[in-house]
Design a protein around this ligand. Structure first.
Ligand code: NAI
Length: 476
């Protein structure tokens, strides 16, 4: 088996944590049980690009139990948990000397070159074949396939994405090399992929853009906008892991500090609530009047970054947008202000601009925590080099919330793989009855008792007794 991880001897530790996580992931475990005999993913060759954590290990082994042949990478250079990667490679009945699990290409602290090499490796099957399904988080695997196919079709360099020029250079190099090795491979891959299921807001945004531009090559399910994903993982997951990231990185006392949360969408709401819960005075920035009003009604001061940049102690960007905290903002910050991003890509904080400030010096305090000293002697602390701090400095979201997200992922994979003809090229969300099913699978574990509608009540509010209980436009 081909694979590349940091250290296979970590597999036992990983397996012990996977065992604990399984208990906390009732949705995934019940999907395993439901489909154990039918194996609806038999024949599926799933390439996954999603943070290689303990929770993801439970997702991967669920896909395998449903019959899929899987290859995996992380979707961020810092987010891999090396013990999880090792355990997945060794597998449930393999050993370090004879691994019998799943090919994983991921380790914590990849370079950008290694990151795109890993993505390429997971997109090629040992028999020379291609995947027929992609499970993506942020859209990098989808991007590589689309840009590769575009390159082959044009016979020249495809149009650049808006992302970091340095990273685009690495992507182009990866494409040049792979096209020289195996001409036509990306066109073939784009043709063979029946669909992609996309995990996060940023990746979904890319999919809708491609569909609008008429360049989307295969159908996609937007997993992010299942209610049981974005209203849970993005909000309650970040409510947990933003504090975990700050604590593990700096252990600074949060109570009494001034914290700025940029963006008050699902992730921003979770972060602001968590920081408030720790006793911080939280200030929110927003561009959307609805979200700004929500923040104000939730009791937060809402203002522009410029007004508070020299007064706050902790900054967290949550926008999925770019250039939120600029170099000139960072220059004006208080001594030892903490600067972090929990949005998907690292361009929310202008790290390139920071490095270009005359006289600025970067010192590593420990991996993923850097002190930047300005010419006048004052410093700021930047977490995870501007990449998502909850996965770079801590272990991301806990299992229970990821069980919701990943149950949606598995159901979406089954939908696209088994009902391909029902999904022409486009971007879809899962039907509401499946969203409700995911929630239902998590109630028992929390001791929730659900009230049952009477026939008369159901008729009165115009729904079926067994659901769905809300119209599609309901916002939760
Ligand atoms: P969202 O769209 O619900 O929220 C983003 C908010 O930022 C919006 O309300 C928008 O109006 C606001 N915004 C945009 N530009 C802004 C600006 N210049 N200044 C202030 N506010 C601005 O998106 P969601 O679901 O909250 O996701 C945000 C990001 O977090 C995405 O990149 C997503 O992929 C990522 N994400 C990260 C997770 C993690 O574990 N680190 C988990 C889930 C999502």
């Amino acid at each position: 088996m081909d694979f590349k991880v940091a250290d296979l001897s970590l597999a036992d530790f990983g397996r012990r944590e996977i065992r604990l996580a399984e208990h906390e992931m009732p949705g995934l475990m019940s999907v395993r049980e439901e489909y154990a005999a039918a194996k609806p993913l038999r024949g599926a060759r799933i390439m996954g690009s999603l943070h290689m954590t303990i929770q993801t290990a439970v997702l991967i082994e669920t896909l395998v139990d449903l019959g899929a042949d899987v290859r995996w990478v992380s979707c961020n250079i810092f987010s891999t948990q090396d013990h999880a990667a090792a355990a997945v490679v060794v597998g449930r009945d393999g050993t370090v000397d004879e691994p019998k699990g799943i090919p994983v290409f991921a380790w914590k602290g990849e370079t950008l070159e290694e990151y795109w090499w890993c993505t390429d490796q997971a997109l090629r099957w040992p028999d020379g074949g291609t995947p027929n399904m992609i499970l993506d988080d942020g859209g990098d695997a989808t991007l590589l396939v689309h840009k590769g196919a575009e390159y082959e079709k044009l016979g020249s360099v495809p149009t650049a994405t808006a992302d970091d020029p340095e990273e685009w250079g690495v992507i182009l190099e990866t494409l040049r090399r792979t096209i020289a090795e195996q001409p036509g491979r990306w066109t073939e891959t784009a043709k063979n992929v029946k669909g992609v299921t996309e995990e996060t807001t940023t990746g979904v945004h890319r999919l809708y853009e491609m569909h609008k531009a008429g360049t989307l090559a295969f159908p996609a399910i937007n997993v992010n906008d299942s209610v049981t994903k974005s209203k849970f993982d993005n909000k309650y997951g970040c409510r947990h892991s933003v504090i975990d990231g700050l604590n593990r990185a700096t252990d600074v006392l949060i109570g009494g500090k001034v914290a700025v949360v940029c963006g008050y969408g699902d992730v921003g709401k979770g972060c602001a609530e968590a920081l408030k819960g720790q006793g911080a005075r939280v200030i929110v920035t927003e561009i959307d009047p609805i979200c700004a009003l929500q923040a104000a009604m939730d009791g937060f001061q809402v203002t522009v970054l410029e007004d508070v940049v020299d007064k706050a102690d902790i900054f967290v960007t949550t926008t999925g947008n770019f250039n939120i905290i600029r170099a000139d903002h960072m220059e004006r910050m208080k001594h030892q202000a903490i600067v972090s991003n929990i949005g998907h890509f690292d361009n929310e904080i202008d790290m390139t601009g920071l490095a270009k400030i005359p006289g600025v010096v970067k010192t590593e305090i420990k991996p993923q925590v850097h002190e930047w000293r300005f010419a006048d002697g004052h410093t700021i602390l930047v977490l995870a080099e501007g990449r998502l701090m909850n996965l770079g400095c801590a272990t991301g979201h806990p299992s229970f919330v990821m069980s919701n997200s990943f149950t949606n992922q598995v159901i979406a994979q089954i939908e696209l793989f088994t009902k391909t003809e029902e999904y022409p090229v486009g971007v879809y969300v899962l039907p509401k009855h499946l969203d409700e099913k995911v929630a239902r699978l998590h109630l028992d574990a929390l001791g929730v008792k659900l009230t049952e509608l009477t026939k008369e009540q159901a008729a009165y509010i115009g729904v079926h007794q067994e659901g769905p209980y809300k119209p599609d436009h309901y916002r939760y």
